[in-house]
Design a protein around this ligand. Structure first.
Ligand code: ADP
Ligand code: MG
Length: 363
């Protein structure tokens, strides 16, 4: 139904969309997730021509949308958009908000436009609000009116740009319920959202956008439970990370410890966990120091806000080998402490680096 090929968008020197290719089939519900500023809104705005793409092509049912001869209002009608900020006309009542575009753009007479408007209001649960003005409505009601207004144009696809992010938390679910209902009825939709649970159960496919690309796409199960690429994983698990590089044996141990404490404090790690992190770092360093002349050592700490896990890893040149392996050390105590405070300990070599990783025992 929609085919996007090598779409790009620049604002001056800023490349927002690098190279986006995607296909959206009839009846599909696609959720787009990703950090802010990665071009999710720009992508939607390019799809319905509110922003002019810098390159690539967009086809809807085999019509090239970027052809200068294309009838832009007709494209917008086929692919209608619902915005974060509702965009209702404040000086018009709900009914007039809904009939304006169908009368102007589709040439409907007033009576048919009003009949359609009443049907759509019923569908979004606001049959009684036809005469109200936008400022008499709650945020959730306004957004439902905006959805009804969009539906009144009988679009083939609806693009939602963060439809619930301007809402009071108590009003999110009434809007999501309406979108769920549209999904059940087979409406084709592309939804930019931060509501992960919603995205997970309403969509057929999820696009994770990052770095100006659809960085990873898959079923909700793939993206939310088994993301395969590092940025997707970091986003889904809300991973906060800390990195410290040591490149000489005369490094500032106390300075580094203070930085790690700062990181733990910032993310409100439990005192016991913080203690375990510092202890593991100290013991692991102890084992690594004799090998420091072989090259730099990187200490990475990753904290997942989603599941509370703290992962600690030490990366050093592969030639160093696994410092936990017998024969590399004389003192058994660090080894015992590490095996006690670190769980799921693994050692793997990739790209010339040996990485010793473990989950810090929660304290
Ligand atoms: P998202 O919706 O993922 O948060 P946006 O598509 O809104 O991201 O924005 C992506 C980038 O494009 C941001 O860096 C933003 O500042 C920039 N941008 C968006 N609109 C414009 C514009 N009209 N002029 C210049 N830069 C813009
Ligand atoms: Mg946006």
């Amino acid at each position: 139904m929609i085919r996007v090929e090598h779409l790009s968008k620049r604002w001056g020197d800023l490349v927002v969309l690098k190279d986006i290719s995607a296909e959206i089939r009839k009846g599909e519900v696609i959720s787009i997730i990703g950090p802010s500023g990665t071009g999710k809104s720009t992508f939607l705005r390019c799809l319905n021509l509110l922003d002019e793409p810098s390159g690539g092509s967009i086809h809807i049912d085999d019509t090239n949308v970027l052809d200068p001869k294309t009838d832009v209002p007709r494209v917008r009608q086929k692919m209608n958009m619902v915005f974060q900020s509702f965009n209702l006309f404040a000086h018009l009542n709900v009914l007039d908000n809904l009939t304006l575009a169908p009368m102007k753009l589709k040439g409907l007479d007033r009576a048919s436009a009003q009949a359609k408007a009443h049907d759509m209001l019923k569908l979004v649960g606001l049959a009684g609000k036809a005469d109200a003005f936008p400022d008499e409505l709650s945020g959730g009601q306004k957004q439902r009116v905006a959805i009804a207004r969009c539906l009144a144009m009988e679009p083939e696809v609806i693009l939602f740009d963060e439809p619930t992010s301007a809402l009071d938390p108590t009003m999110v679910s009434e809007v999501l319920s309406v979108i769920r209902r549209l999904a059940k009825e087979g409406m084709t939709m592309v939804i930019v959202t931060h509501e992960m649970d919603f995205a997970r159960d309403v969509s057929n496919r999820v696009f994770y956008m990052d770095e100006g690309l659809i960085y990873e796409e898959g079923t909700p199960e793939q993206i939310f439970s088994h993301p395969s690429k590092p940025r997707t994983r970091a986003f889904i698990n809300r991973i906060r990370s800390f990195t410290h590089r040591i490149d000489s044996a005369e490094f500032d141990f106390y300075g580094m410890n203070a930085e790690i404490e700062g990181f733990c404090e910032k993310h409100m790690l439990a005192r016991g966990t913080r203690h375990n992190v510092l202890l593991l770092v100290e013991e692991l360093l102890h084992l690594h120091v004799p090998t420091l002349f072989k090259g730099a050592l990187n200490i990475d700490i990753e904290y997942s806000e989603k599941n509370g896990d703290v992962e600690l890893s030490f990366a050093s040149p592969a030639g160093v080998g696994n410092v936990l392996e017998a024969g590399n050390h004389v003192d058994e105590l660090p080894l015992l402490l590490i095996r006690n405070f670190g769980q799921n300990i693994t050692y793997a070599v990739a790209d010339g680096l040996g990485r010793l990783s473990m989950t810090v025992r929660p304290g």
